[in-house]
Design a protein around this ligand. Structure first.
Ligand code: PLP
Length: 275
């Protein structure tokens, strides 16, 4: 397995990072995940722009456009050119003696790898999800590597053999442990606004655009816990998740068997056409 590390492509066993890397010590870094489908990265520009703007938010100086050629080289060496695959990019602040404040004169650590991944045309999962209190911090808009909150919340779903954990903060649904969350009520699609309580998913943005182009009313307004028993459909979005229908939320059954809501299905079919 090949890994890109600070300008070189090496075998993963030889990809070594200092234990004083601030990514290791503090989780002081960002990541990005995108998928190549039919020979091109799906919404590559948007993914790279989100990474660049995240770096600006946390004052890491790095020009993401420099990665474009490096990605092509990595894919070539990994024999994945034009193949369906997933690319992971991670940029940490770099290596420095441990101190909280940002060190001056530090070079970011840049790591990337790609693995084969074929996404189904439509995600056929009918997800059972659990609800939990969103105990993460208040800068969920930053796609940072310190994912302990997300990891702990996701693990609860796995232990209960569920697909995801959907989160609520101050009585309203925010997002899920590694995907965004949408509801449908009386034909209107609802999702939490893109503020500091959620990660503004690229798939989320694409689905909102799809609603506009299909003439489906979309409101970036949160749904409250108290409204749960009034919703008609719910679904999750994410780069690997694509659009996943939610069938059951805790004990509340929305659908049974292979049934899913008409709006969810319409969006899934329209989403597939974007490939
Ligand atoms: N929300 C969280 C917390 C995530 O970790 C992710 C993806 O990793 C998403 C939403 C979905 O984002 P995207 O559609 O860009 O993959």
């Amino acid at each position: 397995d090949k890994v890109y590390l600070n300008g070189s492509i090496v075998n993963s066993a030889d990809a070594k990072v200092s234990v004083f890397d601030r990514g290791f010590i503090f989780g002081d870094g960002l990541y990005e995940v995108m998928v190549q489908i039919n020979g091109r990265f799906f919404y590559e520009k948007e993914h790279l722009e989100r990474l660049q703007s995240g770096l600006q938010k946390i004052n890491i100086e790095f020009d993401v456009s420099l990665l474009k050629n490096e990605i092509l080289t990595l894919l070539k060496v990994a024999s994945l050119t034009d193949k369906d695959c997933m690319l992971y990019i991670q940029i940490t602040r770099g290596v420095a003696p441990r101190q909280h404040s940002f060190p001056g004169d530090i070079k970011p650590t840049v790591m990337m790898y790609a693995v084969p991944k074929v996404l189904p045309e439509i995600n056929t999962v009918n997800a059972h999800v659990i609800t939990r209190n969103d105990f993460r911090w208040s800068r969920c808009d930053i796609k940072m590597t310190s994912l302990l909150g997300n990891v702990m919340l996701n693990e609860e779903a796995m232990q209960l053999e569920c697909y995801e954990t959907i989160l609520n903060r101050d009585g309203v649904f925010t997002e899920a442990s590694h995907s965004n969350l949408f509801f449908v009520k009386n034909g209107v699609v609802y999702t939490h606004p893109a503020n500091e309580y959620i990660l503004n998913g690229i798939t989320r943005i694409v689905v909102i655009e799809l609603c506009h182009s299909l003439g489906i009313e979309i409101k970036e307004t949160p749904i409250s816990l108290a409204e749960l028993n009034t919703i008609d459909e719910a679904f999750l979005t994410g780069t690997s998740t694509q659009i996943a229908a939610i069938q059951q939320i805790d004990d509340y059954k929305l659908y049974t068997g292979n049934e899913k809501g008409p709006v969810t299905q319409r969006l899934q079919e329209a989403f597939l056409k974007l490939r």
